[in-house]
Design a protein around this ligand. Structure first.
Ligand code: SF4
Ligand code: SF4
Length: 229
């Protein structure tokens, strides 16, 4: 790819309100039908601290609205990236900002986890809450991904997990869904988080606030949020 094409992708992300941007090669992590898009563009939006800080033992209506607004922005940025790549004669496939496919081989997941691309792009790591932890903004981010056959510069350098002895999210989770184990590449998600327990808790207890799809407690309590420490 030319420097200009790369710059154009970056400009789309930052110009539309993205906070960070990275690229990686993901072919070995893709299902067979998506392997024709071996590279991933990952970008993210930093969430509002003021809104996250209001979360107590349950999410707020404001947080649910924020979550949906950010998802809509992510989907718009993804669409713009896809159109730009297509205009360059490349194939591109966007992953929905929030998606859980019932037929997915891994329950409670979409066709490709955004956090896989984000970790491979060296933007952060997976925390004990099972979420992507950005190196500067902690878990207070949401991610977008566009897969493409445009050859992108990538190092696939994975950062070290910095959760260390912290267990705040594990102790705060009302569903007891977090095991306290550190994430390790290649291990199943259940090593860190019981996705069924998390989802069932939200569906049973938080349906009236966020339709059972948001909680936010393990984002709110993380000390790595916002400070970059
Ligand atoms: S989203 Fe809520 S229920 Fe799910 S792991 Fe985090 S704190 Fe627990
Ligand atoms: S709260 Fe602590 S253990 Fe949980 S993700 Fe954040 S740093 Fe890691």
């Amino acid at each position: 790819m030319s420097d200009n094409s790369y710059k154009e992708l970056e400009t789309i992300v930052y110009g539309m309100g993205g906070t960070f941007f990275g690229t990686s090669e993901v072919v070995e992590h893709l299902p067979e039908e998506l392997k024709k898009y071996p590279f991933a563009i990952t970008f993210g939006i930093r969430l509002s601290d003021a809104i996250i800080d209001e979360i107590g033992d349950k999410p707020t209506f404001t947080y649910f609205n924020h979550y949906r607004s950010v998802n809509a922005l992510i989907d718009q940025i993804s669409l713009k990236l896809v159109l730009s790549l297509q205009a360059h004669g490349k194939r591109a496939y966007s992953i929905a900002a929030s998606q859980s496919i019932p037929s997915s081989p891994i329950p409670y997941s979409g066709v490709f986890p955004h956090k896989t691309g984000a970790v491979l792009a060296g933007l952060g790591w997976i925390g004990k809450n099972g979420l992507f932890i950005h190196k500067d903004y902690g878990p207070r981010v949401r991610l977008g991904t566009v897969l493409t056959d445009m050859v992108l510069p990538c190092e696939n350098k994975i950062l070290q997990n910095k959760c260390s002895s912290c267990n705040r999210c594990v102790k705060a989770c009302p569903a007891l869904a977090l095991t306290g184990n550190l994430w390790e590449a290649g291990k199943e998600r259940g090593h860190v988080v019981d996705a069924r327990a998390c989802s069932e808790y939200m569906n049973t207890n938080l349906k009236h606030i966020g339709r059972g799809s948001v909680c936010g407690i393990c984002i709110k309590v993380c000390p790595r949020a916002g400070s970059g420490t």
